[in-house]
Design a protein around this ligand. Structure first.
Ligand code: SAM
Length: 230
């Protein structure tokens, strides 16, 4: 699969990561074999997995400043954390998920590939120890934007950023989330729509933290879901 990974990285304008193709190959090969006994991904066709897991994760790599401390909220089987940690060894990752079982794979990969990744098996709305601690928060496929901001923005330092990885619905979701973003101390600084060929529309929303999140947030999940911030 290494040659196919190099070919696709080049086709998607990411040839600068071709020297990491062996590590991406180990990641996907282990993902497929662990996936036989633990449900980590529905995408098991190699070309599709390279595009939707590796290349999609790498679309945010250039948005993260050198040496940043990054939290991935709802990393699941390690996306985007693991491809980013392979591509950007200068970054320090905390991979958070409420499902401890999925993190055993992330931990195993971090050890096998010597990645700068620590896992945390907790819910994002229950991590006071992480409050205002991170330069960057990334999150893919976890919750609608108006809910996601309350899980993510409290963990970001003032001056830091949330990068929400959304699909086509992102534009609509962002409109619903604007009130909450302001209440949580954030300000939208960019929203980039683009097509990831053979994977679909993407919408990357970057929110800068411009003031501390009020102590009332995050609320318990039941309240976040029942009454999203407006
Ligand atoms: N980000 C990964 C990806 O794109 O492949 C996984 C996406 S999966 C659809 C959503 C993940 O978010 C699940 O693993 C789930 O356990 C996690 N999750 C949902 N709500 C969460 C919360 N409040 N705190 C931590 N993790 C959460």
């Amino acid at each position: 699969m290494t040659e196919l990974i190099k070919e696709l990285l080049t086709a998607y304008g990411m040839e600068r990561y071709c020297d990491k193709a062996d590590a991406f190959n180990v990641l996907l090969s282990d993902l497929f074999s662990v996936n036989e006994s633990m449900n980590l991904t529905a995408i098991t066709e190699p070309r599709d997995a390279i595009i939707r897991h590796v290349i999609d994760s790498l679309t945010v790599a250039d948005k993260i400043p050198a040496g940043a401390e990054v939290i991935d909220v709802g990393c699941g089987g390690g996306f985007p954390t693991l491809p980013l940690a392979i591509a950007r060894p200068d970054l320090v990752f905390t991979a958070l998920d409420s499902t401890a079982k999925k993190l055993t794979f992330v931990d195993a990969m971090a050890r096998k590939l010597s990645l700068n990744v620590t896992t945390l098996a907790k819910r994002a709305e229950e991590i006071p120890e992480c409050r205002e601690r991170f330069d960057i928060c990334v999150s893919r496929a976890v919750a609608r934007m108006n809910l996601l901001v309350e899980l993510c923005l409290p963990q970001v330092k003032v001056g830091g950023r949330l990068i929400a990885m959304k699909a086509q619905s992102g534009e609509e979701e962002l409109k619903e989330a604007l009130g909450g973003i302001e209440k949580l101390g954030g300000k939208v600084i960019s929203a980039d729509a683009f097509t990831l060929p053979d994977a679909g529309e993407r919408y990357l929303i970057t929110v800068e933290k411009i003031s501390p999140t009020p102590v009332a947030y995050p609320r318990p999940w039941g309240k976040i879901k029942k009454k999203p911030l407006i």
